[in-house]
Design a protein around this ligand. Structure first.
Ligand SMILES: N[C@@H](CCC(=O)N[C@@H](CS)C(=O)NCC(=O)O)C(=O)O
Length: 214
């Protein structure tokens, strides 16, 4: 069984989308990062970088303990290989999927993250920082829009590359970005948001947040 250490943030949703979609047996463990639970010693043993998401796999023993993994890209890759789903085994399609997965973890995640930070939560408003990160976010959306021009999903069928990108891109309303300028991205967002497993993952995330607030 997989234990998922989760909070309802874009990075948290990535493995939840895959666990739901692949019907993998899992148990969810909320880690309220707003309440600094990511710094608890038990969690740091699993995720020494003090960030969600993280997983353990009780079916795989490493040094006598369940396998522990942090970093959302590594988790997606591990779970896709474990389940044999959402990562094409054909060498060229697999490479393309991983290319877009790495593009997300190395580019979209950090840049969107800084855009949200400087637009919404920084203690001071810094025009330079907002412009720099929102402009780069727009450029990344143009790249995604180009990629989606002649295809439904980022690489072949719905894959871990889409699952990595969707939770970040779907947060666009918080930024001063006009998503209608990216018609292919808009279509892709609509398509993914209609998947029952995606709806379910977001319901679970909202329930986790609501339970913590109660
Ligand atoms: N590169 C990491 C980033 C994870 C990350 O930034 N997680 C955030 C939530 S989206 C977090 O746990 N922040 C808590 C903290 O920094 O203390 C990944 O892809 O898993």
């Amino acid at each position: 069984m997989i234990n998922l250490y989760f909070w309802n943030t874009p990075n948290g949703y990535k493995p939840l989308l895959l666990l739901e979609e692949a019907h993998i047996d899992y148990q969810l463990h909320p880690v309220n990062i707003g309440a600094e639970q990511q710094f608890r010693s038990e969690f740091l043993k699993i995720s020494p970088n003090n960030k969600i998401p993280a997983i353990t796999d009780t079916e795989i023993s490493v040094d006598g303990r369940p396998l522990r993994l942090f970093e959302s890209g590594a988790i997606l890759l591990y779970l896709a290989e474990k389940s044999g789903q959402f990562l094409n085994t054909d060498a060229s399609q697999r490479a393309e999927t991983l290319q877009w997965l790495f593009w997300q973890v190395g580019g979209v995640g950090p840049i969107f993250g800084q855009s949200f930070h400087f637009s919404l939560s920084a203690s001071q408003h810094i025009d330079y920082a907002v412009d720099r990160f929102v402009n780069e976010t727009s450029r990344l959306l143009s790249v995604l829009d180009w990629r989606l021009n002649d295809r439904e999903f980022v690489a072949g069928n719905y894959s871990i590359a889409d699952m990595a990108l969707y939770p970040w891109v779907v947060e666009h309303p918080s930024l001063s970005i006009k998503i209608n300028d990216y018609a292919n991205v808009s279509r892709w967002l609509d398509l993914i948001s209609q998947r029952p497993t995606v709806k379910r993952a977001y319901q679970i995330g909202q329930q986790v947040r609501a339970a913590a607030a109660a």
